[in-house]
Design a protein around this ligand. Structure first.
Ligand SMILES: Cc1cc2nc3c(=O)[nH]c(=O)nc-3n(C[C@H](O)[C@H](O)[C@H](O)COP(=O)(O)OP(=O)(O)OC[C@H]3O[C@@H](n4cnc5c(N)ncnc54)[C@H](O)[C@@H]3O)c2cc1C
Length: 239
């Protein structure tokens, strides 16, 4: 099996190493200062926005996406893996500066592969532009969620709407001001065979009936990822 990166991948590694040395590492103390001055673990510091502009200008943008879209070229996983390894050296800054951070990366892939043209225009395009953020709501506090067949959130069709009821834990990113929607997993057909009961819907976070219950700590600390517990009560979204 061949694990050689392409010429394009090798060139991107050089560019990324230069970006890390020239921009990311010098920005780390600035990030710390801006976070400390804000006094909130949920603050979005200006330095991230400045780095986004610089990363994009250097062609280091959306590299995680393996698929060619209207807006991106697509890069193989083989070429991307070493880039993720390098950007991970400054985990709080580099991936977000390059629009390559979770949970948006997974959501962008989902929308690229399965979104309708309307959903792609409304949600994927601004995500790829780095204008908004998103979150993913699968895990539930009441069930062992590493097995998604346990998920209990209900998604019931009512005319031309879906009605969602359930409690989700660990919806990372839901507390960000820029986070505009979640992709929510629930059961649409509890009578189907075990692995065909579930589906996912796009839920704008300003939909009535969503409560952000609390921000969950990781190893005792709150961080900028805003891992949120979310309550969905009769939340209605269009089909
Ligand atoms: C920092 C962080 C960020 C996260 N972000 C997100 C997010 O954005 N969105 C989201 O939906 N979730 C998120 N999660 C949740 C994560 O996906 C879940 O914690 C994970 O899927 C495990 O589910 P659980 O916590 O319910 O553990 P459980 O499923 O209860 O598992 C606990 C333990 O029991 C074991 N176990 C479970 N079932 C069985 C079985 N049948 N037999 C034997 N052993 C079993 C598991 O292997 C594990 O060791 C995040 C978690 C963390 C820590």
């Amino acid at each position: 099996m061949q694990f050689e990166v392409s010429a394009e991948g090798a060139e991107l590694q050089e560019k990324l190493l230069a970006f890390m040395d020239e921009c990311i590492y010098p920005a780390e103390p600035v990030f710390e200062q801006q976070m400390e001055a804000a006094g909130s673990p949920e603050h979005h510091p200006q330095i991230i926005e400045d780095l986004k502009v610089e990363a994009r200008a250097r062609g280091l943008w959306n590299l995680f996406l393996p698929h060619r879209t209207e807006w991106t070229e697509g890069l193989s996983n083989l070429d991307y893996a070493p880039l993720a390894e390098i950007s991970g050296r400054s985990i709080h800054l580099a991936p977000e500066a390059m629009n390559c951070s979770a949970p948006d990366t997974g959501n962008m892939e989902l929308l690229t592969e399965f979104g309708t043209p309307e959903q792609q225009q409304e949600w994927l395009r601004p995500l790829l532009e780095g204008e908004i953020r998103s979150c993913f709501s699968m895990t539930e506090p009441d069930v062992a969620s590493s097995d998604a067949t346990n998920v209990e959130t209900s998604i019931v069709r009512d005319g031309d709407e879906y009605v969602i009821n359930g409690r989700k834990g660990w919806s990372s990113g839901a507390g960000r001001d820029a986070c505009k929607f979640s992709i929510v997993m629930g059961k649409t057909d509890p009578q189907a065979r075990a692995h065909a009961q579930q589906s996912m819907v796009i839920v704008p976070l300003d939909t009535p009936g969503i409560t952000r219950v609390r921000n969950l700590k990781v190893f005792g600390y709150l961080d900028r990822e805003t891992h949120s517990e979310l309550l969905f009560e009769d939340v209605r979204v269009p089909t």
